[in-house]
Write a protein that binds this ligand. Sequence first.
Ligand SMILES: CCCCCCCCCCCCCC(=O)CC(=O)SCCNC(=O)CCNC(=O)[C@H](O)C(C)(C)COP(=O)(O)OP(=O)(O)OC[C@H]1O[C@@H](n2cnc3c(N)ncnc32)[C@H](O)[C@@H]1OP(=O)(O)O
Ligand SMILES: NC(=O)C1=CN([C@@H]2O[C@H](COP(=O)(O)OP(=O)(O)OC[C@H]3O[C@@H](n4cnc5c(N)ncnc54)[C@H](O)[C@@H]3O)[C@@H](O)[C@H]2O)C=CC1
Length: 725
Amino acid sequence: MVDYRREGNVAILTVNNPPVNAISTRVKDGIYECISRAKNDTKVSVIVIHGHGKHFIAGADIHGFSGQRESSKVVATLPEVIAFMEASNKPIVAAIHGTALGGGLEIAMGCHYRIATKSARVGQPEVLIGILPGAGGTQRLPRLCGLGPALDLISTGRHIKAPQALKLGIIDKIVSDDILKEGIAFAKAVIDKPLNGRRISTLPVKDAENAEQLISAANASVRKRQRGMMAPIWNIKAVAESIKLPFDEAMEKEAEYFTVLVTSSQARALQYAFFSERLAPKWEVPGVASYNTVKPMNIKTAAVIGAGTMGTGIAMALLNARIPVTLVEQNKQFLEKGVKMIQDLYAGSVRLGKLTADQAKYLLSNLKTSLSYDDLSTVDCVIEAVYENMALKKEIFAKLDNACKPSAVLCSNTSSLDIDEIASATKRPDKVIGTHFFVPAYYMRLLENVRGKLTSPETIATVQSLGVRIGKIPVVVGNCDSFVGNRMLGTYTSEAQFLLEEGALPHEVDSVIKDFGIPIGAFEVSDLSGLDIGWRIRKERYEKLEKSGKKHDPNARFINGERFSPLGDTLCEKGRFGRKTGMGWYRYEKPGAKEPFIDAEITTLLEDYSKKHNITRRKISPQEIFERCFYPLINEGFKVLEDGIATRPEDIDVIWINGYGWPKYTGGPMYYANQIGLDKIYDTMCYYYEQHPTSSHWRPSALLRDLAKQQLPISQWGKQVASRL
Ligand SMILES: CCCCCCCCCCCCCC(=O)CC(=O)SCCNC(=O)CCNC(=O)[C@H](O)C(C)(C)COP(=O)(O)OP(=O)(O)OC[C@H]1O[C@@H](n2cnc3c(N)ncnc32)[C@H](O)[C@@H]1OP(=O)(O)O
Ligand SMILES: NC(=O)C1=CN([C@@H]2O[C@H](COP(=O)(O)OP(=O)(O)OC[C@H]3O[C@@H](n4cnc5c(N)ncnc54)[C@H](O)[C@@H]3O)[C@@H](O)[C@H]2O)C=CC1
């Protein structure tokens, strides 16, 4: 795990624990033993520590925080090992490449010098997995780079690149990519330099005079940006101790706060989410194929059909990954509008300093436009993002099938439609797949890849690998109405509207949702994305019903015996499309304005509606609002597993965290259900199903019932699911 060798008077410690040199007990012990050996070796005058492979050290091994820890051969804890390094009379140089994160940066700060390659990144991301830098990071970093930057880095968990780390004084020098050679050369040059000023624990905290202001600004930022998370608050508290107490006493506080966090349910949930996100690209269709049995096609060029909200965002996601894109529209005017949208967004990034003008120019140079499918004969992949209309999508897929080379993969960004029916318009259904991006597509990390009945494993592998390449978290799901995310969302939005029928107001429902940690309420988000989108989809469904001989009554509260709320349609008929029209479930100062106000007109509309339908309005408690919005959603997640639409609970959680703003610190809906207790969820579902028998989303899932009885850990649900399919 840690190799020791000597080159002349330089001892070289190589940390070798693939894939990221995480600090396991054996790595920690290995470092201690090698430092002891170097200290005792009279031929050694200086020590270099570096990492084998792609990283210096990416932090403590996260598995160790919740799982069984290996027993240690040496008694010293990581903070003690770092103190031992710092106390060494032989200089120690950390030679950093890749990343030095968490405990990795803490080890580097226990060294007397830090050099790094230009592309290296450093950071204290512990807050993101619910803990704090418990090996001296909260005390050494403010001494090294100042209180303000330390509070920022530790409370946000963001990584910074070497040039910024150099400016902040976190590293001493940027060197060439031959990091070991550079480390040895640097070490030789500092052999005789005094170490007094190089032991960070002995230095004063920089910016201490502005502590009060900096700490209150950090707390204010946490309240705004990381609402509901306990780790940022404890991280700030730990850093603040560096001002109040001598180093050793502050280290005791750090250990105390670390213990509070590491045993918290938020930390467990965040660590579960960390590994779930890394599991998602490793897809598996039980009994068919998996990521390690199939090779993806290499996508060198792509096309996007439709330059609206989604098409432009998808084109940018591809361009950002240096994939040349041909953007196709139905006419010149729409095409120009779409291109302008892309140009404006890149110009905005330049203004914000996220891109240089040259970078933006380069990215745009890879964008081609066309009004003809004849220009798509050589592309490897096409992503269609036109209106949500089956007839239109089928027409386009038939044309693509004719125009594109036989090996091209044809994807649809549909958010709800049947992938098999779309594929049936082509002679290559094996190469057709849903690639469901989320708005804004250049930013949102989720990519729901929807496999049809005939989609080939190679096509699945291709879009999964493309997803990773463009910086998304790709999740494979099966084909059903609205797939995983929107299918579960449907239960939540229906129930939110039923609550309005029975007595709640939009802002009351939204505030319960936001108090739980979802950044935006159900009605606020509906106003934001536009009520007309859902209305258009529903109208298509009403037309289908009418075609099958069933007349649709616009006031109907039931469709096919299922409870239904026509309130959304009523609002659209009044031109209340949401923010864009200045009114929806809320009122806005003007069309396009962001701040929602409670609208008396909506209150009256709801009261009249309830009266008309003989519904006695009542005060609905926050607890009931919570259960009615979230329990059917969770239950639907179990049904999704039951149907084989998702194969792992982790995938559902990844979808909800990354596509719908579900608070990561609860782990996602499935993990959260496990925390609440499946038996409690099941009993509550049974109770409400009795009250609302005409809403099938209250019918408890059989899988939920069985798992509630078995009390299995979430890691074993997937096996249960597979055994039932
Ligand atoms: C009186 C009481 C006394 C008490 C004494 C107190 C003692 C306390 C001592 C404990 C102190 C611990 C202090 C500490 O500082 C804690 C930490 O360091 S926590 C860890 C911090 N580090 C991170 O969070 C980094 C996480 N990793 C990443 O951000 C990325 O992986 C990285 C940027 C490094 C690489 O990204 P990428 O190339 O995209 O690869 P992947 O993300 O896909 O990862 C590849 C592979 O590696 C696994 N992995 C990554 N990091 C870790 C890790 N830290 N631990 C374990 N495993 C890790 C990842 O899961 C992938 O593997 P898969 O098999 O694919 O899942
Ligand atoms: N807007 C959203 O939040 C999300 C939408 N989706 C899905 O993405 C798809 C597109 O949605 P939006 O971008 O919101 O729609 P949009 O209305 O903004 O854009 C659709 C574009 O398709 C173009 N178009 C129509 N017919 C065409 C044709 N024959 N050839 C070329 N272009 C044509 C239109 O001119 C328009 O520019 C839909 O299937 C939708 O369900 C998926 C995820 C989120």
